[in-house]
Ligand binder design. Structure first.
Ligand SMILES: [Zn+2]
Ligand SMILES: [Zn+2]
Length: 284
C-alpha cells in the first residue's frame, strides 16, 4: 500500500517519482538509476531503491533516513546506502543508533560521507559526482553520469577483425565518454552552475525554485533558496533538455506559480519546464 500520493513524470525511459514542497517534504527518486535524491519522510515507493543521495540535513529532506534503512531490513533487503555531506555523518549515526535502541532492533546502514568533487559508483557504468551548493554548511548537489567508451574517430573505418587485432596489440582504440543524465541541485541559493559543464549539459535538471512573488525575495535570501528571478537567470545559462522544478512554496498557488514562471522565462526554456508537484495523480 503506497504511503504517499507522489508526483510521477516519465522522461524517455526514466521515471521520476517523489514529492517536493518547501518546508514540508522533499524526496525525488529515479528508480531505473537506483538513486533517490533526499529521502523526505521515506515514502514506501522509494524503499527498494539502493542509494539515497542526501543534500543536507534539514528535517523535510532527511527525516525518513532511519525508517528507510529499518524498513529495508524488515523487507529482507540489503542495507541501504546513504551518501551525505561528511560533516553530517556523525549526527546521522547518532540518529540511527538512537532509533536502534528505541526500536530494539539494529538498523543496518551503509553510510558514505561525501564532499564537493567526490565521485561514487552506483552501477558498473553509472556514477554520481558531488558538487557544492549554497544552503547549509557542507550542503551538496549530485549529478548522475553514465560512462561509455567510444571508438576514436581515426579507427571508425576499421572492420571488426582489424579492431580485434589492434586490441590484441594493446592499442587504445576508444576513449572514455561521460554522459550526464540528471543533476539534482537540492536546496540552494543562486550559484552560477553553468561553470560546471556536466551540470550545464545534464539531460535532466532537477532544480529548486522556492519563491515567486516579488516580496518573497527577502524570504529566499534568508532561507538560502532561489527566487524565480534567480532561477530564470540560471536556467537561461544552461542547456538541459528537461527542467523539473521542485521545492515550491505553499505560499503561492500552483496556477500562479505556473503563470509567473511563464512570464519570467523565455518561451524556449518554458517549453522544457515541468512543475513537479503539478504531476500528481488526482485522487477522486
Ligand atoms: Zn528544503
Ligand atoms: Zn533546506
Amino acid at each position: 500500500m503506497a504511503s504517499h500520493n507522489l508526483a510521477h513524470i516519465k522522461i524517455d525511459e526514466l521515471d521520476v517519482i517523489g514529492y517536493s514542497v518547501a518546508a514540508e517534504e522533499t524526496v525525488v527518486a529515479m528508480p531505473q538509476l537506483d538513486v533517490c535524491f533526499d529521502i523526505g519522510k521515506a515514502p514506501d515507493q522509494v524503499i527498494p531503491i539502493n542509494n539515497v543521495l542526501l543534500t543536507h540535513g534539514h528535517m523535510d529532506h532527511a527525516a525518513g533516513i532511519a525508517y528507510y534503512l529499518s524498513h529495508r531490513n524488515f523487507c529482507g533487503q540489503s542495507p541501504g546506502t546513504i551518501l551525505a555531506p561528511e560533516n553530517l555523518l556523525g549526527p546521522i549515526r547518532e540518529v540511527i543508533d538512537a532509533w536502534s535502541r528505541l526500536d530494539g532492533n539494529k538498523v543496518p546502514a551503509n553510510l558514505v560521507g561525501v564532499k564537493a568533487g567526490d565521485e561514487y559508483q552506483i552501477k558498473p557504468n553509472l556514477f554520481t559526482r558531488v558538487f557544492p551548493t549554497k544552503h547549509t554548511k557542507g550542503s551538496v548537489g549530485y549529478s548522475v553520469i553514465e560512462k561509455r567508451k567510444k571508438l576514436k574517430p581515426e579507427y571508425a573505418e576499421l572492420t571488426g577483425p582489424q579492431i580485434v587485432e589492434l586490441k590484441k596489440q594493446g592499442t587504445e582504440i576508444d576513449y572514455p565518454l561521460e554522459i550526464p543524465i540528471v543533476t539534482y541541485l537540492g536546496d540552494t541559493q543562486y550559484v552560477d552552475f553553468s561553470q560546471l559543464k556536466y551540470i550545464a549539459e545534464s539531460k535532466i535538471l532537477i532544480a529548486e525554485c522556492t519563491f515567486y512573488e516579488t516580496e518573497h525575495s527577502v524570504r529566499a535570501e534568508a532561507g538560502r533558496h532561489m527566487h524565480v528571478n534567480e532561477f530564470a537567470a540560471l536556467i537561461e545559462k544552461l542547456n538541459n533538455e528537461h527542467i523539473i522544478v521542485t521545492h515550491t512554496t505553499q505560499r503561492t498557488p500552483m496556477h500562479e506559480i505556473r503563470k509567473i514562471l511563464k512570464e519570467a522565462l523565455s518561451p524556449e526554456k518554458y517549453e522544457k519546464l515541468i512543475l513537479f508537484m503539478d504531476k500528481r495523480l488526482r485522487r477522486s
